[in-house]
Design a protein around this ligand. Structure first.
Ligand code: SF4
Length: 231
């Protein structure tokens, strides 16, 4: 394990309660190929930010936290950024954690379609799958990328029937029309969906844009009502 390539770490959250079952160590990795309108983590975008972390350090940290994971599961969740951007280095880390007995979840948009990314998804216990926008032309406006890689990964996850928690940040002007709702339902049909979380848009990360001196593209977005969060 000591000779596996290091990952670039943005930060840890030691008692994550919403990123998978139980209490979890959440590992935020650097690097993201998307530029979502509503992103509240622009400080994770750079692939060369953060610091290096080894699989051995992750196993050690998760082992220290194990007493706090509780009876309802618990484990380690990789988030970002987009964790699959570092899939080649992530794969041995996921394997090492699972060999040490930890439940591993990956929080991804599915926008990276490489053999290593697919191998990480196959190795993980649970995928937290973000649906940015289900319509190809709107996906490009919302994320800056074509939707094709994301659709390929969704099809891969349909074929493998990996357990999925769907996550979707919802806002007026982002993905709240009836056509977008209907397309979201179609996009996730056939996945092994165990839970759907539609989360209201918020502006908590705006100060990061000022600090990084980059323009915020989501200024016109507004949060939905609780009724509008239903899919
Ligand atoms: S995928 Fe996540 S980190 Fe990347 S731009 Fe979108 S919201 Fe931000």
């Amino acid at each position: 394990m000591s000779d596996t390539p290091p990952l670039r770490l943005h930060s840890y959250e030691s008692f994550g309660a919403v990123d998978g079952p139980g209490i979890r160590l959440v590992v935020f990795l650097q690097g993201c190929p998307l530029r979502c309108l509503f992103c509240h983590n622009p400080d994770t975008w750079a692939t060369d930010g953060g610091r290096e972390v080894t699989a051995a350090e992750l196993v050690q940290r998760a082992t220290r936290m194990k007493p706090y994971f509780g009876k309802d599961g618990g484990g380690v969740t990789f988030s970002g950024g987009e964790p699959l951007m570092q899939a080649a280095a992530l794969l041995p880390a996921v394997k090492a954690l699972r060999e040490a007995g930890f439940h591993v979840a990956i929080d991804t948009s599915g926008a990276v379609d490489t053999p290593a990314a697919r191998a990480v998804l196959d190795e993980a216990d649970l995928i937290l799958l973000d649906v940015k926008n289900p319509l190809p032309e709107r996906f490009k406006e919302v994320t800056g990328l074509e939707i094709s890689s994301t659709l390929n990964i969704f099809n891969h996850l349909k074929a493998t029937q990996k357990p999925i928690w769907i996550r979707q940040v919802v806002a007026h002007g982002l993905n709240d029309t009836e056509a977008e709702k209907e397309a979201t339902r179609r996009m996730i049909e056939g996945l092994n969906v165990q839970r759907i979380d539609r989360l209201p848009y918020h502006e908590l990360g705006l100060h990061k844009y000022e600090a990084l001196n980059i323009p915020y593209r989501g200024a016109d977005l507004t949060p939905p009502s609780p009724e509008e969060l239903k899919l």
